[in-house]
Design a protein around this ligand. Sequence first.
Ligand SMILES: Nc1ncnc2c1ncn2[C@@H]1O[C@H](COP(=O)(O)OP(=O)(O)OP(=O)(O)O)[C@@H](O)[C@H]1O
Ligand SMILES: [Mg+2]
Length: 362
Amino acid sequence: MNHFTDVEDVRRALSETGYVADARLATTVFLSARLDKPLLIEGPAGVGKTELAKALAAATGRRLLRLQCYEGQDETRALYEWDYGKQLLYTQMLREKIGDLLADTDSVDAAVERIGAYDSVFYSERFLSHRPLLEAVRSEQPVVLLIDEVDRADEALEAVLLEMLGEYQISVPELGTFRARHTPLVILTSNNTRDLAAALKRRCLHLFADYPSEERELEIIRSKRTGLDDALAAELVRIVRGLRALDMRKAPGISETVDWARTLAVLEVRALSRHVLTDTLSVVAKYDKDLRLAVEALPSLLAGEIPAGQPDSLDDGGRVRAGKDAPGRFDEGYYGAHARNLARSGVSASQGALSFARRRGV
Ligand SMILES: Nc1ncnc2c1ncn2[C@@H]1O[C@H](COP(=O)(O)OP(=O)(O)OP(=O)(O)O)[C@@H](O)[C@H]1O
Ligand SMILES: [Mg+2]
């Protein structure tokens, strides 16, 4: 199905929903829709990864299905589950019928054999609970499927996703293979807390969503109608970009810039002074270390200077982040995600086992 006529059409459709896309992002979304390939967006927190899926659903009028990934999640939360409670209820309600059915059997073997013939009744669609992936395949209406924060899921769950991402189908051993009625638009997001499997990456178009350019960030702030004067918003964006160049544990995302602008507007600030920015810094700096770094850097940022010790830093911290982009990516502070725990454990085999421990619930 052709959703968009060209890249500009994507940009326009997204912007009508309030999402500001640059050319690279719009091109990748266009290709993803045209080539029927899932789109994997990796990048720091708060740069609009999740928001893109929501905007895409709104722009195409599709229903949004969301699989929020987390550690220890198993495939019954992602694909489907047999509704054990309902199966039990039915067997209880049918107790008499089952009694009649078995009345003329004279051995346990014969009774089991007789009941076995009705297996398929209890493993039929009636007792199948759809989870987001199966729902995306079975939906009568076209959908946008968001697989959010896939890097938080175990590697075992990643493997479960492959059939869906590669062929838009799900196999249920008892019932057969379900193919998607309408190819879903699939968005996967990742904060890079760990490397994703090559098999998963290969099935997706890949986009690294970094912080936006100064102009685009200002455009986003404007589109949010924060109430902050335009000239102040421009200055604020420049200061946030300076903060991103510092070696913060959690660099401020677009959402923090929006929040800061709203905060300053509520306080009816008429000029960005060191005093007012310091008082409101907690909106953008979420760790003590970050707060101290930001307070120190504010005077030079206000003067339009490059933060001390960061000679190349007004590229909004691209090099700081690039320096952290090591294989495994488990160093403390990588994109500010749960780096400490990961550093110690990585993704262990036992987590993978856990992912499959609660199979089918019966
Ligand atoms: N391009 C954009 N256009 C409009 N708003 C945006 C854009 N990018 C980000 N935002 C705003 O920033 C907020 C945070 O974005 P979002 O939740 O999508 O971040 P994320 O990249 O998914 O972060 P995380 O990794 O923490 O989940 C959104 O609610 C939205 O208001
Ligand atoms: Mg998100």
